[in-house]
Design a protein around this ligand. Structure first.
Ligand SMILES: [Zn+2]
Length: 89
């Protein structure tokens, strides 16, 4: 899985950069501190992506594969329901 956050820096100026190019952390004195923060941000991003969501169709909670995934497995299998979401598949 590609990392969203990477550590950048030189000497005693270290920071975490998001894949978009923006700085995602404060400035750290050591690479180790920046790396710790990087790991934390990466973990948060992962949890954000994989947290349980409510199915838009039946309301059941399920673990989403991503922000685009708003229907549970059962509803996605059902051709007649939630078809407006299925065109992506
Ligand atoms: Zn459902």
């Amino acid at each position: 899985m590609p990392k969203k956050y990477t550590v950048h820096g030189l000497e005693n100026v270290w920071y975490v950069r998001h894949e978009s190019g923006r700085r995602a952390s404060e400035i750290f004195d050591t690479r180790r501190e920046a790396q710790d923060d990087c790991d934390r941000l990466e973990k948060e991003a992962h949890e954000q992506t994989h947290k349980p969501r409510k199915c838009m169709c039946c309301g059941m909670r399920f673990v989403s594969e991503g922000i685009h995934n708003r229907l549970c497995v059962d509803c996605r299998r059902r051709p007649s329901m939630g078809s407006f979401e299925l065109h992506a598949n």
